[in-house]
Ligand binder design. Structure first.
Ligand code: DQA
Length: 137
């Protein structure tokens, strides 16, 4: 069975409550249950943190044994050299995802420290972005 992990960055614990016009009204826990039911042939672990170093630690922990990481580093995408370097350092392929289309938003969201080292990038499909990432493994 393939082992994947979804890693969500800052403020994504508020999904469902946070700016629902951009991010939708489903909580991530509800969504996770739904996709775990749908993809029973893959192990889908989940980790969320609002703390940059914890995301880096988790990437190190899973990055030499898992088959794939699905990473939404949220705001850290645009600021974190450290998370970008961690993605480069590990062996497990990382698919970068975003719920919104970051390219039709503010200019500062157009930069990503993850993309150059990601296997691919999926963005703008709402929570379906995560599902498309699962399908890519
Ligand atoms: C996001 C886009 C980021 O720019 C933003 O900071 C987020 C969420 C997305 O999934 O659309 O927190 O990563």
């Amino acid at each position: 069975m393939k082992k994947l992990i979804i890693i969500n960055g800052p403020n994504l614990n508020l999904l469902g409550k946070r700016e629902p016009n951009i991010y939708g009204s489903l909580s991530f826990t509800e969504f996770l249950e739904e996709i775990k039911g749908k993809y029973q042939n893959v192990q889908i672990d989940y980790f969320q943190s609002n703390i940059e170093g914890e995301i880096i630690d988790k990437l190190h922990e899973v990055g030499f044994s898992y088959d794939g990481v699905i990473l939404n580093a949220a705001a850290y995408t645009h600021t974190s050299v450290g998370i970008g370097d961690a993605v480069k350092a590990i062996e497990t392929p990382v698919v970068e995802v975003h719920i919104s289309n970051t390219f039709n938003r503010e200019e500062f969201r157009h930069q990503s420290f993850i993309s150059p080292n990601a296997r691919g990038v999926i963005l703008g499909f709402g929570l379906q972005s995560y599902e498309l990432a699962i399908q890519s493994f």
